[in-house]
Design a protein around this ligand. Structure first.
Ligand code: PLP
Length: 382
């Protein structure tokens, strides 16, 4: 059996999404910027997709901008806000995805912005009182706080953070790459200015995403060239991927409750079985249904070795998962998120992120726990 439990790194492309995309590759050629028949067909597909995504997120079509994925959307929101709105103070944490963290670090290094790095507790939560105090002394800041952490699954109270931002006239960017498709957003009633999304996290294709920019926020483009995306993002649009992303999001939102219930059951099953059968396992971050991603379970295994090679043993046993974010898997660097919530290097090295998708089954999880029992027997427990 080969089991894929790395869905937070990239989900499985939904076969119906693939079918939906194929005609755009096979039959509709041309460039969407061309004004002839072929171009107009493609333009119409782009605008229909934009409208669909706007409806699904409670936005207006003018607030949705297509990007090459979550990384570009995060970069655009952060770098363009500092450049275009004259904001010189950023508030964030050390456990954001690198698409956010590295952008902020660069702006800090270049002296373009000062940064306040908020503390996070051992489960990955910020202290809202601290955020309020920081914004009180530095109003009109840019606040970058992700809705859900991709490695440990901990979720933030987006509305509470947004309300504090509004109180102090701060611009609020939230990386929603892991929650888009798992949460129904209604941006019209949400105190948030930027949301980011990546289709390959919700059963859509890779290399496509979008940035929601609240109406009235005038930021400059990040990528210059042609006049695509109303002069906000140059480059010929990837029409099949845009259409596929809108369809994938629609499917997720249409089946939201049923889908999330299935994912929650899988997560609970794995958690319960691990606790019952592997002595000493612990979980990093939040694990409850109401404040963690139903898709992520970050687990510490008590092995007496600095580098357990746990992921490699799991891979050999037929199970694909990761030790942190996809970007850190395969790299010798430890997880900045686990370090950020205070895990030792040893705990970090012995932690595995299991992440679930709708195609996973209880049998696959049973197989995984069985293999872990075998692996743990040959390792020396602490
Ligand atoms: N933000 C978060 C929270 C993510 O998990 C990821 C992907 O791992 C990204 C941003 C980057 O998205 P993309 O892979 O579309 O560039």
């Amino acid at each position: 059996m080969r089991v894929y439990l790395d869905n937070a790194a990239s989900s499985v492309l939904d076969p119906e999404v693939l079918e939906y995309m194929l005609p755009w590759y096979r039959e509709f050629h041309g460039n969407p910027s061309s004004v002839h028949y072929h171009g107009r067909n493609l333009r119409s597909a782009i605008e229909q997709s934009r409208k669909k995504i706007a409806e699904l997120t409670g936005s207006s079509p003018g607030e949705i901008f297509f990007t090459s994925g979550g990384t570009e959307a995060d970069n655009m929101a952060i770098r363009s806000t500092v450049e275009g709105l004259g904001i010189r103070h950023i508030v964030s944490t050390r456990i954001e995805h690198h698409a956010v963290g590295h952008c902020i670090e660069l702006l800090e290094e270049k002296g373009h912005a000062k940064v306040t790095w908020l503390d996070v507790d051992s489960r990955g939560h910020i202290d809202l009182k601290e955020l309020r105090e920081v914004l009180k002394s530095s109003p009109r800041s840019l606040v970058c706080l992700m809705h859900a952490n991709n490695e440990i699954g901990t979720m933030l109270d987006l509305e509470a953070v947004g309300r504090i931002c509004r109180e102090f006239d701060a611009v609020y960017h939230s990386d929603t790459v892991q929650t888009m498709g798992n949460v129904k957003y209604d941006t019209g009633n949400l105190p948030v200015d930027f949301l980011t999304a990546s289709a390959h996290k919700f059963y859509g294709p890779k290399g496509i995403g979008f940035l929601y920019i609240r109406k009235g926020l005038k930021i400059p483009p990040l990528i210059l060239g042609g006049g695509q995306e109303r002069n906000m993002r140059a480059g010929t649009e990837n029409v099949p991927a845009i259409a596929g992303m809108a369809f994938a999001l629609e499917k997720c939102i249409r089946n939201l409750e049923e889908k999330n219930e299935k994912l929650w059951k899988l997560k609970l099953f794995l958690k319960t079985e691990l606790e019952a059968r592997i002595p000493g396992v612990e979980f990093n971050g939040e694990t409850a249904k109401d404040n963690s991603l139903v898709t992520v379970l970050n687990t510490f295994f008590p092995i007496d070795s600095a580098d357990s090679l746990l992921l490699m043993n799991l891979d050999i046993a037929g199970i694909s998962c990761s030790g942190g974010s996809a970007c850190t898997s395969g790299s010798v660097k430890g997880s900045h998120v686990l370090a950020g919530i205070g895990c030792s290097a040893k705990r970090s090295a012995n932690s595995v992120r299991f992440s679930f998708g709708v195609q996973n089954t209880a049998e696959e999880l049973e197989f995984t726990v069985g293999k872990l029992e075998e692996i743990m027997k040959v390792k020396t427990p602490v």
